[in-house]
Design a protein around this ligand. Structure first.
Ligand SMILES: *[C@@H]1O[C@H](CO)[C@@H](O)[C@H](O)[C@H]1NC(C)=O
Ligand SMILES: *[C@@H]1O[C@H](CO)[C@@H](O)[C@H](O)[C@H]1NC(C)=O
Ligand SMILES: *[C@@H]1O[C@H](CO)[C@@H](O)[C@H](O)[C@H]1NC(C)=O
Ligand SMILES: *[C@@H]1O[C@H](CO)[C@@H](O)[C@H](O)[C@H]1NC(C)=O
Ligand SMILES: *[C@@H]1O[C@H](CO)[C@@H](O)[C@H](O)[C@H]1NC(C)=O
Ligand SMILES: *[C@@H]1O[C@H](CO)[C@@H](O)[C@H](O)[C@H]1NC(C)=O
Length: 668
């Protein structure tokens, strides 16, 4: 107890340093989400229309929340029409952040089994399964259980094999015992062989034993392979001569492993001894400041002199000490507060989650660069504070709310007219175009979405949150914080291959345009972004422009212009990077009369057969790899409009789809 208090409130600089170092060390060591795939098993049983995409997505959202809270989660729905159950379970040695990433990866890959089949996927760090019956206490499954005797690590021979054989046998028996006794998890290391055993958290002790017994029997058959995994209905077992565990002895559920805790405790104890002779009087505030200065080290003089430098105390006062009532938003990297400076200027202060020595210099350079960027459609960055106990960014305050609140909130402040929407669409394009090439530095936003477009008092679009992505170890935090919010906007090549170019922004912009025009949200998960793109695409190709537009417009828009905007939106969301226009071309398309706009092809993630539950061709089994396939095949592929459509499927479209689809049916 006493020791812990010392960690948080001590004013002994060295101690803080040690803690900071150890924490950083822990983060570096444990930054492997282990997302390589050891088995994807799609059920042999076709589940009749029971398992369908919208229900699957809803279910996964619940599970996702539970995984965020507990590192595992399950949920089931059983009503007259639909019965679907899902379970996600990270292996217990995986730190929380990595667990979220692993879950996200499994969540993206599992839909390869959709629409008709149940599925389970084993990654090296986590497990995810859905099925049409309650499988939560299922231990083994003779039809689907398997082992993966991976050959990537080679096979042992001769003396090595004898040792491996002996060690592995003992290791596995030992782990099985430990796991059954310790709530379903064990990790160990014996003579250079590492092992991990994990039962799903829904199993009883006896169920866990039954499952691991089978896993042990099966996995022993993998010898002489140096690496093997048993993928059983109720559990996972792995051995390897390579260290794949985060901490073989630990059982940490959170971010810090046992070893690190031990080190911290030792360090703390040592310094507590020294501390006994030191006076302990400083007040809390000055303590925090001093601690921060130590954490951050020496801050460059250029920063101190810079006009970008805001004093932490001033920002604290401006926001009334970050009073919750001044909070105006919550972004991926931090919360945003409204504040008023002594001179009366109103500002927005973003409180960042991250604050470590490593990125302070980078961060300041970045702020310095971005500060120079000024455009009517970009939110202006006024400066930052990096000396205080946490890092803050200061932006101009934009009076009105973000675009998503205008488009999707139930009780809207105001329904945007066509002219207003068009101006927002053009303004956003000009803002992004400026980021891409309007100044000396080239900035890819990476996170264009309706909640990042703010509207000022004249309903002029202002893009927020650009340029700092590079500071945040971008993709990792991006994914983990953006699982729910951003996937629907991510370009397939960025989502799947991590390829980042300006064209990724163009794709997100295209999705945004279609949202603004249709008044419908692109659903969070990749495979579902199909439903917005698909609906619009279908209506566009059948020339039903009116049906594609937000019904709240009540038909009040110039048809030709609306058709042009839809076309631009579809062009921006082409699967092939080469077919997407650049942002400057987009601006011209929108603003120049008579600009020749090429005809778009079908956007990615679409296959009406898939959505309707029809037959699946093996080459397009995966909704994601479907997009990839199209990427690789590049420009031309046949469209499938007019074949089986969503209307005729028994699968019950999304609520928001329903309206449009019914509308379009009525017109026929
Ligand atoms: C077995 O696991 C390895 C390593 O994760 C993976 O590369 C391989 O594809 C897996 N084999 C099967 C059949 O899934
Ligand atoms: C299909 O699922 C049912 C349960 O719904 C099960 O009884 C049956 O054995 C399964 N058939 C196959 C071939 O797996
Ligand atoms: C069940 O399906 C029937 C027709 O397929 C439909 O009328 C009914 O509303 C559905 N009930 C629920 C709870 O979804
Ligand atoms: C699901 O509901 C059906 C009937 O509504 C029932 O027969 C079945 O036992 C239920 N399954 C579970 C796991 O509760
Ligand atoms: C699994 O759970 C179901 C109900 O959820 C129960 O009927 C069944 O007996 C359980 N099986 C085992 C092996 O515990
Ligand atoms: C491994 O050890 C078992 C006895 O524990 C023995 O029966 C088996 O032949 C050994 N396998 C190899 C490949 O050495």
């Amino acid at each position: 107890m006493k020791i812990e208090m010392n960690i948080s409130s001590s004013n002994f600089p060295l101690l803080n340093w040690i803690v900071v170092l150890l924490l950083n060390f822990a983060l570096i060591c444990e930054a492997d989400p282990r997302i390589s795939e050891s088995g994807l098993i799609c059920g042999t049983n076709r589940t009749t229309a029971a398992i369908i995409i919208p229900q699957f997505v809803k279910l996964m959202e619940v599970v996702s929340q539970r995984v965020t809270d507990n590192n595992w989660g399950n949920h089931g729905v059983n009503s007259t029409n639909i019965s679907i159950y899902a379970l996600a379970n990270c292996y217990q040695d995986l730190p929380h952040q990595d667990c979220l990433l692993c879950y996200a990866a499994s969540r993206t890959r599992l839909p390869r089994c959709l629409p008709g089949k149940s599925g389970r996927i084993y990654l090296d760090g986590c497990f995810l399964r859905y099925d049409h019956y309650n499988f939560f206490n299922e231990t083994t499954d003779s039809a689907e259980d398997r082992v993966n005797c991976s050959s990537s690590n080679g096979v042992a021979t001769g003396q090595e094999l004898a040792t491996l054989n002996a060690s592995t046998g003992n290791l596995i028996d030992e782990m099985t015992k430990t796991a059954v006794a310790n709530g379903g998890y064990a990790a160990a290391n014996l003579n250079g062989v590492y092992g991990l055993a994990q039962c799903w958290r829904t199993l009883s002790t006896s169920g866990c034993k039954k499952c691991l017994d089978k896993a042990s029997r099966d996995i022993k058959g993998c010898l002489p392979s140096r690496d093997a995994r048993a993928l059983i209905a109720g559990c996972y077992l792995r051995y390897s001569t390579q260290k794949f565990l985060n901490d073989p002895s630990g059982n940490s559920n959170g971010g810090i492993s046992k070893g690190v805790i031990v080190a911290i405790v030792l360090g703390v104890t040592a310094f507590t001894m020294l501390a006994l002779s030191a006076a302990y009087t400083a007040r809390k505030r000055s303590l925090r400041r001093k601690q921060a200065r130590i954490n951050l080290g020496k801050i460059s003089n250029s920063y101190k002199k810079s006009s970008l430098n805001f004093k932490y105390e001033n920002l604290e006062k401006a926001t009334n000490y970050f009073d919750p009532s001044t909070k105006v938003g919550q972004g991926g990297n931090g919360s945003v507060y409204k504040g008023t400076l002594p001179n009366g200027n109103v500002i927005a202060v973003k409180r960042l989650f991250f604050n470590t020595r490593q990125w302070v210099d980078d961060f300041f350079n970045e702020v310095n660069l971005i500060h120079g960027i000024e455009h009517k459609n970009l939110v202006k960055l006024l400066g930052c504070s990096i000396e205080g106990p946490e890092s803050l960014l200061v932006y101009e305050f934009v009076t009105n709310k973000s675009l998503d609140q205008y488009l999707f909130d139930k009780d809207k402040v105001k329904i945007l007219s066509w002219e207003e929407r068009f101006r927002i669409i053009v303004g956003t394009a000009q803002g992004i175009d400026f980021l891409h090439g309007g100044s000396e530095i080239r900035i890819i936003h990476r996170d264009i979405k309706s909640s990042n477009v703010l509207l000022d008092e004249n309903l002029e679009a202002k893009i927020a949150d650009f340029g700092l992505a590079r500071c945040f170890g971008a993709d990792k935090t991006h994914l983990s914080t953006g699982i729910a919010g951003t996937l629907g906007y991510m370009a397939p090549e960025y989502l799947v291959k991590g390829q980042l170019t300006e064209k990724a922004d163009v794709y997100s912009y295209g999705v945004l345009v279609l949202e603004i025009v249709s008044g419908r949200k692109s659903i969070a998960f990749a495979e579902d972004s199909g439903s917005l793109l698909q609906t619009v695409w279908k209506l566009y190709t059948t020339n039903q422009v009116t049906e594609a537009l937000d019904p709240l417009l009540k038909g009040d828009f110039p048809r030709e212009e609306a058709s042009k905007v839809l076309k631009v939106g579809l062009l921006c969301t082409q699967a092939s990077v080469a077919l997407r226009p650049s942002m400057s071309e987009v601006v011209q398309m929108l603003t120049c009369e008579g600009y020749q706009i090429p005809e778009p092809c079908q956007p990615p993630f679409l296959n009406s057969n898939l959505l309707a539950g029809g037959s699946i061709k093996s080459s397009i089994r995966s909704l994601v790899s479907n997009a990839l396939y199209k990427l690789d095949e590049s420009s031309s592929y046949a469209t499938t409009t007019g074949s089986s459509s969503m209307q005729s499927s028994s699968t019950g479209p999304h609520k928001s789809d329903e309206f449009l689809l019914k509308e379009s049916e009525n017109r026929k």
